[in-house]
Design a protein around this ligand. Sequence first.
Ligand code: ATP
Length: 224
Amino acid sequence: MEPVLIGIYGGTFDPIHYGHLRVAEELADAIRFDQFFFVPAGEPRLRDSPGGSKHHRARMISLSIQNSTRFLLDEREIKRPGVSTSVTSLREYHAEYGGRAVLCFIMGADTFLRIHYWHCWRELFQLCHLIIVERPGSMRLINRSDLPQKIQIECASRWTSDPNDLACQFSGMIYTAQTTLLDISATKIRDLVAAGKSIRYLLPDITADYIKTHDLYLGENEFR
Ligand code: ATP
């Protein structure tokens, strides 16, 4: 049975922006994914409720990737009742692909630093590879001795800088990818909107237009 290499980019995407999209594009160049899914979280477990409703966040992803043949939106987490956990989704993918899926879960270094707070975090390494990208303002991945000790111990033998390694093993590797550093965050975009300032060129025009049309992010959590 041929393995199916799947990229999974999870996040709140409140809203999706060029920081996410450029990472995805560069990883899709570096790694021959058979499929690549953006998977917006429903109710995130480890952060405040998003300002944009599930529907709006999914719609903004859909608009942002509409001209790409590489990316798909997977709404499983926003359709699932209750709090989102990535482990649940990863287990589901394996069930759906009948054991053929090699899952690569993508995250920024800031997210990885807190991975030991995730639900069943050690199980992640049984279910998927991790692809970690640097993020301006976050820890440099080269400084692994600065990672929380629990993460250092769990991950000690998992690191690779060669993306080809990911297709050779079912799960458990951590690939540190060098992608373009873009100092863009969803928080910055929400704050700019709330302050009445422009968000152009931080995210696709069509997504910026959607935010304006639907009056998103004008006040705290008003569109949940
Ligand atoms: P917020 O500012 O609301 O926390 P965010 O911009 O960090 O949002 P998320 O949806 O929380 O966006 O991010 C999803 C994933 O994408 C996370 O793993 C995060 O680290 C990563 N990510 C977000 N922005 C960037 C960026 N500019 N460069 C690299 N990775 C990023």
